[in-house]
Design a protein around this ligand. Structure first.
Ligand code: EPU
Length: 358
């Protein structure tokens, strides 16, 4: 395992931002990571928060400057059927596997549960950190447990589902456990009999358009891929990190006020059965508030399709910021600040970034 110096991260982040890492290493096994953690010459980087960065697919990160520390690219591979019972398949995947490759593997083998999460960029290890979700399903619905190395103690530990404290685009790994663990594998509990979820209207419309007579996990997956390809820019062609902001949740009273001023506001009620706009779980399911479509708020502020220097807001989905080529991370960040301000001014709603800013 080689530790390199001054490595460009451009090809390791889907925004395509050119920032350098002071040190860079790729880990192919748990042993590689444990070896690195045992290496005393790098202790100073492990002791200070924010100087060791674990990179998966690099699809939810914005580098605003060079990284003065160690970037560890997690490349641990492998997908393994551990066991099965009458209703489930238990499948373990290495943290460095690409999420969509895993989804394709599941569909090929008829393991149901992740079809709605097709084509989400990023790695298996990153999926539980922000509890990825799309088209009415969240990763936590099929999550069983994960293995991670405790950085301080260099020991492998297991996190159960409740340990992870999943919420909408959130988990313990974005809170108390942030920067303290390196996820090495995730085990999922997938279904033998699919629970087909076409509640997200666009899926049904797409399946009809495709002319499929029967709905299956494969047809849902194809429909989701078609929808995503039609709305979201392909990072291979135009740098981006998916939704840049989260859909904000606001209290009912605030929502009523907002409705008076903007009757056409796109929002999803605090009901556990409602799963539109990535809502479904967490604060909303607990009845804490209404989830607003941040894309709508941003569009209403006139940002959709706008180009500002080398960066801009995507023309088909206002939640996505893009790099038109050679954008600096700081430029993208500045644009996101302006968007935050204008949404605050017009609607008195605070948006929160989903992307990790480094
Ligand atoms: N809308 C607009 N203008 C826009 C975008 C959206 O008015 O530019 C309104 C429309 O009314 C639309 C509604 O918002 O019907 C919902 O839009 P969409 O279905 O595109 O979903 P979203 O809430 O904008 C969330 C996730 C996406 C996920 C989709 C589908 C978040 C932050 N984003 O977006 O996730 O693919 O739902 O489930 O929750 C990601 O996290 O990177 C991501 C792409």
């Amino acid at each position: 395992m080689k530790i390199l110096e001054n490595v460009s991260l451009k090809k390791f982040n889907t925004f395509g931002i050119n920032a350098n890492a002071r040190y860079f290493l790729e880990a192919n096994t748990v042993f590689d990571i444990q070896n690195f953690l045992a290496d005393k010459s790098f202790s100073p980087f492990r002791a200070v928060a924010g100087r060791l960065l674990i990179l998966g697919g690099g699809s939810n990160i914005l580098f605003t400057k060079n990284f003065d520390g160690v970037v560890l690219k997690n490349n641990i591979k492998g997908i393994e059927l551990l066991r099965e019972d009458a209703e489930h398949y238990y499948v373990k995947a290495g943290a460095g596997e690409l999420w969509h490759q895993f989804v394709l593997h599941c569909i090929k083998n008829n393991y149901a549960g992740v079809e709605n999460l097709s084509l989400i960029p990023g790695s298996i290890g990153a999926a539980p950190i922000q509890n990825i979700g799309a088209y009415g399903v969240e990763q936590k619905e099929v999550f069983l447990e994960l293995e991670a190395i405790n950085i301080k103690e260099n020991k492998l530990v297991v996190f159960s589902k409740s340990d992870c404290r999943f919420d909408y685009r959130d988990s313990i790994f974005k809170q108390e456990a942030k920067g303290k663990f390196i996820i090495t594998s995730v085990t999922f509990k997938l279904y033998k009999t699919p629970k087909l979820n076409t509640s997200y209207g666009a899926i049904n419309r797409e399946i009809e358009k495709m002319g499929d007579k029967e709905v299956s996990i494969a047809s849902i997956s194809r429909a989701v891929c078609n929808i995503r390809r039609s709305k979201l820019p392909d990072p291979e062609k135009i740098g981006n990190a998916g939704s840049f902001f989260k859909n904000p949740t606001i209290p009912s009273e605030q929502y009523q006020e907002l409705m008076k001023r903007f009757p056409e506001v796109v929002a999803f009620p605090p009901s556990p059965s409602d799963n539109r706009a990535g809502a479904k779980v967490g604060s909303e399911a607990r009845g804490e508030g209404w989830k607003l479509a941040a894309g709508w708020l941003i569009e209403q502020c006139g940002w959709k399709g706008k180009q500002v220097g080398n960066t801009g807001v995507h023309k088909d989905q206002a939640l996505v910021l893009v790099n038109y080529g050679n954008a600096k991370g700081a430029e993208v960040f500045e644009l996101s600040e302006k968007i935050l301000q204008s949404v605050k001014e017009k609607f008195d709603v605070e948006l929160e970034r989903e992307v990790v800013v480094v």
